[in-house]
Design a binder for this molecule. Structure first.
Ligand code: UDH
Ligand code: NGS
Length: 356
């Protein structure tokens, strides 16, 4: 190849990249209108560090594969140098069983100290020395649980870092005093996290649950996973075989296949059972860690206000097969109030348009 031809090639490649950036900048990504009317294509994320791994497959296509390649880069752009190696499948610094204590009041200062260095604003982390195999958004439904969140952040950031995940923490805060809706908040988290980065895996976690073993990796598997398989409040076993509450992980594809979670379970109870049925009806299975690795400690607390047991929820469970394709991520409506970047997490405050 002569020098002139090579120069021509380089110029053409640069023009192609700059064209894509220009098109994206002129796309309509404004936040002026704060109503989200469903799940559209998220914008391409900020280009990131990449490792070349020929074994990773292209995204099969869920609405945003035209924009983003499997490395989280806008299509057409080339990976920046230098390359880092992929992180190993078994993170080398895991400790196994952990001692978890909730019987003291943590300040944010304690939490910051424990979280250690390397976190980016909004509770984002990428391992400094290798490219993670897992881009994980951790979604926490939230209202009036500030002390629980401190415990969660205090324990989880060090664990997630040791697990060498490329992760972000999203606390989805229900605005107002209306009836709580856990599953709808989780749907909002999925959409809002994808606006920021090409996450391929989603861990949906209650704020009051901390794993007691760091070998319980906050990643996705080839089937939806129930991570909190052995909670202390249930004597370190499942309360019933189809229990799917607490902490679960689903890949983007698995989540889209079940149309996300139900939006119509207001108040306490049943939404996790509906999520389990969705997985079954779409011919997937639930995987779980064994009872030793899947141990969790829950922060003890009283029942929350405005999240009373809803007797109608149990009755809805018999209808999941009929309702799931119409009630879910494809019918999600909410109003985004604020997105605030804290040092250790991103807080998304949202009006869920609850029943009056
Ligand atoms: N949540 C909040 N605020 C609320 C309600 C729920 O942040 O007001 C979130 C939080 O992440 C919580 C999750 O939603 O962990 C699930 O809430 P839940 O009430 O379904 O489950 P939890 O295990 O409590 O927290 C069960 C009922 C407690 C009765 C205790 C009686 N001793
Ligand atoms: C079932 C609920 C689930 C709940 C589980 C454990 O009865 O949502 O108990 O509850 N299902 C229905 O109400 C239909 S717990 O012991 O954590 O309070 O997750």
């Amino acid at each position: 190849m002569n020098k002139r031809y090579l120069r021509l090639l380089v110029v053409t490649a640069l023009l192609a990249v700059s064209y894509r950036v220009t098109v994206w900048m002129h796309d309509d990504h404004t936040d002026d209108d704060d109503t989200t009317t469903g799940f559209g294509s998220p914008p391409p994320p900020t280009p990131n560090r990449v490792a070349v791994d020929p074994s990773v497959e292209e995204d099969p296509g869920l609405g945003f594969s035209d924009e983003i390649n499997h490395l989280g880069l806008p299509r057409g752009s080339s990976p920046p140098l230098p390359h880092l190696p992929l992180c190993p499948s078994f993170p080398p610094k895991l400790e196994g069983p952990l001692r978890i204590e909730f019987d003291w009041t943590r300040t944010m200062d304690d939490v910051h100290k424990e979280s250690g260095p390397g976190l980016q604003e909004g509770g984002r982390f990428q391992p400094p020395d290798c490219i993670s195999q897992h881009k994980v958004a951790i979604i926490i439904p939230f209202r009036n649980r500030a002390q629980h969140l401190k415990h969660w952040l205090y324990y989880l950031h060090p664990i997630l870092k040791r697990q060498q995940l490329d992760y972000g923490v999203y606390v989805i805060h229900q605005h107002g005093n209306g009836t709580f809706n856990r599953a709808k908040l989780l749907n909002v988290g999925f959409v809002e996290a994808l606006k920021e980065y090409a996450y391929d895996c989603f861990v949906f976690s209650d704020v009051d649950l901390v794993p007691m073993n760091d070998r319980n990796i906050y990643r996705c598997h080839d089937q939806p996973r129930h991570l909190s398989a052995a909670m202390d409040k249930f004597g370190f076993r499942l309360p019933y075989k189809t229990y799917f509450g607490g902490v679960v992980s689903l890949s983007r594809e698995q989540y889209m296949r079940i149309n996300g979670f139900p939006n119509e379970f207001w108040g306490w109870g049943g939404e996790d059972d509906d999520m389990y049925s969705r997985v079954m009806y779409k011919k997937m299975e639930v995987s779980r860690p064994d009872n030793r690795v899947g141990m969790y400690k829950m922060v003890r607390h009283a029942r929350d206000l405005h999240n009373e047991e809803n007797p109608h929820n149990a009755g809805k469970l018999g209808l999941t097969r009929l309702t799931m394709d119409a009630d879910g991520i494809n019918s999600l409506r909410y109003t985004l109030k604020h997105v605030t970047k804290h040092a250790l997490y991103t807080m998304v405050t949202v009006d869920l348009h609850g029943p009056k």
